[in-house]
Design a protein around this ligand. Sequence first.
Ligand SMILES: [Zn+2]
Length: 57
Amino acid sequence: MSHQPDRPREYVCEDCLSVHAAVVHGQPGDRHYEAPDECAACGSDDFVDINEYPLIE
Ligand SMILES: [Zn+2]
């Protein structure tokens, strides 16, 4: 449980509830993920980590 393979995070747009893959920054071994700058569907920049979004299983 201490180390899990890298996998893309996902974010949920709080306005239209679209799910977006995170944008990857950095190099292999030093990678981090960020929410997209804006929602491709509605243009909002309000995202929540899908793991913290209570309404999506
Ligand atoms: Zn949206």
